[in-house]
Design a protein around this ligand. Structure first.
Ligand code: 26W
Length: 801
């Protein structure tokens, strides 16, 4: 056994760690043991770059970024780290020497699923880009013991099981047992002369865990600091000695509950006390931590806005406004006005949704009971808003505290220097709808930063075939400068290049075909069109419209099986919030439709429906590179941006979509001829609301009528004909998301897609041009936009040039 040597080969480091960190010999090691050994060996390579970046940040003392997010949907870490460090070949070779397959080893890692969907994944892409660009930054969040629930299907119904990502050693993080902060809840506020003293009734501790986040080739490495809740007192010895073991353990259990589980709600209403506690818990810990770091080098609190930029990822950390003001006043002795100005100069807020049910508002009684001092400060911030409203002479009427509730969007807006939306359309709608009053009062505050995705994970990592083709064709710089993809645009007219491009797609489809056969026992043909809709299940995303179109297509095939059908496999993937009954009903309907179609010998390979359970980041990495068609069909005006849409286009899938979110900008980039746009615009959707009658649209559409009748009469649920009535009832009663109104336009667009795909040369051209023109959707471009327009920070890597 060789001793560990950080400058040695990766193979020797794996040997070392298998013995010394995992405690196994090669002949007794399981795949998990090899994974743990490789992870340690790779992590060792991050340490020096990480320390270097930290030292440079301190030495140069430039402005830093703190990204506060309730969610970081990281996915697997090992393969991404191997790729960033350029260690793929070495790692493969080292494991192969023991007859161990690299793909199996990296595939053994559980996803870090500390997020629900788009917002959490965006935070993960941003961390990657911040490091890649060399911007000194910390991500701050919660170290949930249990991430997003695991989904399975029982008789087509969604079942939820607790997720357990920390069960095996999680060896990417460093526990900081000395980095602890008190987090208070409840209690009283007493006035002490000019200042207030908050005496909480409960205190838990926030303990830090640090994960290094390497940029490309680890030229810069930032830190993700996640907080875990710990009791102040381990347990009560007295009840324990009396044999009352449960009672003795109670303080520990109660404290640790705060970081135990991620709320599985995405854009659905929640008003739970524990959620508010989670929000304050990580926000307060993060602010205490960054203030300590700031004060170690700066005596003057008024310099905070020039040294620190804090980004609030949605309103979940919006309590940062009052909390920062509280710390500045009650801990550091400033007056309210000075404290407010400093806080407002430091904080920034991103809005990710306009759906009313997702806009956070806490009961004043709950806020006052859990955070009494903050409730007082919220009233003062509201007074300050009232003063600005009056001075603006706009005549608008807007308050943070309204109808017995604290409106967190208004609070975040009032406390922020800049407020941004996540696509051009969404930002305009923010100005016109939820924030129209605040926009009138503060006309320079709102700006747009269209979302992006990291090319490291979403091309280089998940699509090795495309990576190699790009490297051969335009060199390797595209990984850090994705606009370089434009250079393949002229090759869309080169048959040889198109053929190579589609060969990569075919290989990815074969990889997915094998995966589907292996995991689900379903056989599909890799030359069919792969049509994919993967995202949270929500009515506004209209998986229902896709399911109805699928059923209608099956009817058409059954009627005329001999016609020249373009074979399709429709993939669905996604979880529903456990309490979101309407979304769960849609899942069951999709599964019933899938069962019926897949077992129909008349339909055969012309149409298959695949809905693998437990969609997550790792599944997306297999599905997206294999897609021909990307489904982005939300009710216009409802999807703030979307980021899956960008990943698909980058990987050479063509989009069928509405003019919603970033689809609008995708169309602008790839051109009208290379995307299938259909349906009402956001304006038309709002125009159609008055007097909307679903039945009128159904009556006008024989295709839709037939499907609705089938569902009503139990065609898809034989033996249980009423099973899907709740879905129909809701559709007929309300159809708020206008599935019926857009159905025929969607059907027509799909038939054009059939024609398009049948022309394989024309399709290849479109696919190439989608990749070529999607470079703008790199999260590096997004982060550079935040750095320039919001934070006022620059890269430390530039300094060396
Ligand atoms: C009720 C609690 C709640 C409310 C909203 C939890 C989570 C949310 C998020 C705002 C939902 C979300 O993930 N929004 C998505 O954010 C992405 C990143 O900006 C966008 O691309 C998606 O369009 C948007 O739905």
């Amino acid at each position: 056994m060789k001793d560990f040597d950080a400058s040695g080969t990766l193979a020797s480091a794996i040997d070392f760690h298998l013995a010394h960190s995992v405690g196994k010999t090669p002949d007794s090691a399981s795949i998990t043991d090899w994974r743990l050994a490789l992870s340690r060996a790779v992590r060792d390579r991050l340490i020096t770059p990480w320390f270097d970046a930290t030292h440079q940040t301190y030495a140069k003392d430039r402005k830093r970024v703190y990204y506060l997010s309730m969610e970081f949907l990281l996915g697997r870490i090992l393969e991404d780290a191997v790729n960033n460090l350029g260690l793929e070949d070495e790692a493969k070779e080292a494991l192969a020497a023991y007859d161990v397959d690299f793909v199996d080893v990296v595939g053994d890692e559980p996803d870090a699923a500390l997020g629900n969907g788009g917002l959490g994944r965006l935070a993960a892409c941003f961390l990657d880009s911040l490091s890649c660009l060399g911007i000194p930054a910390h991500g701050y969040g919660i170290r949930y013991a249990h991430g997003l629930f695991r989904q399975s299907f029982e008789d087509g119904r969604q079942m939820e099981m607790a997720e357990d990502w920390l069960r095996h050693q999680h060896n990417w993080e460093f526990e900081r047992s000395e980095c602890l902060y008190d987090i208070g809840f409840g209690g009283q506020v007493t006035e002490n002369g000019k200042s207030a003293v908050w005496t909480p009734s409960d205190i838990v501790m926030a303990q830090a865990y640090d994960t290094p986040v390497p940029g490309w080739r680890a030229s810069w490495t930032n830190t993700l600091r996640l907080w875990s809740a710990k009791p102040r007192q381990i347990f009560d010895l007295d009840p324990f000695n009396r044999g009352e073991y449960m009672q003795a353990a109670a303080p520990e259990v109660l404290a640790e509950t705060i970081s135990r589980v991620l709320y599985p709600d995405d854009s659905t209403e929640i008003g739970k006390e524990l959620r508010l506690k989670q929000e304050f818990f990580f926000t307060s810990a993060s602010l205490q931590d960054l203030m300590r770091r700031f004060l170690a080098h700066n005596g003057d609190l008024r310099a905070l806005p020039s040294k620190v930029a804090i980004q609030m990822n949605d309103t979940h950390p919006a309590i940062a406004g009052p909390e920062l003001i509280r710390q500045l006043m009650d801990v550091h002795g400033l007056g309210f006005d000075a404290a407010f100005d400093i806080a407002q100069g430091t904080l920034h807020y991103t809005n990710h949704t306009l759906l009313p049910e997702a806009l956070e508002a806490w009961e004043v009684s709950l806020m006052g009971a859990i955070l009494p001092r903050h409730m007082q400060l919220i009233e003062r911030i509201d007074d300050r808003l009232a003063r600005d409203v009056k001075a603006s002479e706009t005549g608008v009427n807007t308050h943070i505290v309204d109808n017995g509730k604290v409106n967190m969007g208004t609070l975040a807006f009032t406390c922020a220097r800049k407020v941004n939306g996540v696509s051009a359309l969404h930002t305009n709608l923010m100005k016109q709808t939820v924030f129209s009053d605040l926009h009138a009062v503060y006309p320079d505050r709102i700006l747009n930063q269209t979302n992006g995705v990291t090319p490291r994970r979403w091309v280089h990592g998940c699509n090795p075939g495309l990576r190699n083709l790009l490297n051969d064709t335009i060199g390797t710089e595209w990984v850090r400068d994705l606009e370089q993809l434009k250079r393949i645009a002229p090759l869309a007219d080169d048959p040889d290049f198109c053929q190579r491009f589609m060969a990569v797609k075919q290989e990815n489809k074969r990889r997915l075909t094998d995966w589907v056969s292996d995991k689900l026992g379903v056989d599909i043909a890799p030359d069919a069109m792969f049509d994919i809709q993967i995202k949270r299940i929500h009515e506004y995303k209209r998986q229902l419209m896709n399911a109805l179109e699928t059923a209608a297509l099956a009817n058409a095939i059954r009627r005329d099986p001999g016609a020249a059908w373009t074979p399709r496999v429709k993939f669905f993937g996604g979880k529903a919030a456990p309490a979101y009954i309407d979304a769960k009903n849609i899942i069951r309907l999709i599964n019933d439709i899938a069962k019926s179609i897949n077992n129909d010998p008349v339909i055969g390979d012309r149409l298959k429906v695949v809905y693998p359970p437990n969609y997550n980041v790792s599944m997306a990495e297999i599905l997206i590179p294999a897609a021909d068609l990307s489904e982005q069909i939300s009710t216009a005006g409802k999807e703030a941006s979307g980021t899956g849409n960008m990943k698909f286009a980058l990987n050479g899938a063509v989009t069928i979509g509405t003019l919603d979110g970033a689809n609008v900008e995708i169309r602008d980039c790839v051109g009208d001829d290379n995307i299938y746009i259909f349906g009402m615009t956001a304006d038309q959707v709002e125009g159609a609301r008055e007097g909307y009658v679903t039945q009128n649209y159904i009556d006008q559409s024989p295709i839709l009528s037939e499907v609705i009748d089938q569902i009503r009469t139990g065609f898809y649920s034989p033996g249980d004909p009423t099973r899907h009535w709740p879905v129909l009832e809701k559709l007929l009663r309300d159809d708020y998301f206008m599935v019926a109104a857009d159905f025929d336009a969607y059907w027509d667009a799909q038939r054009k897609v059939d024609e398009g795909f049948a022309d394989s040369d024309g399709w290849a051209r479109m696919a190439v041009l989608n990749t070529a023109h999607s470079g703008w959707f790199s999260s590096d471009r997004t982060i550079q936009g935040y750095a320039d327009d919001i934070w006022g920070v620059s890269s430390l890597l530039e300094d060396d040039k």
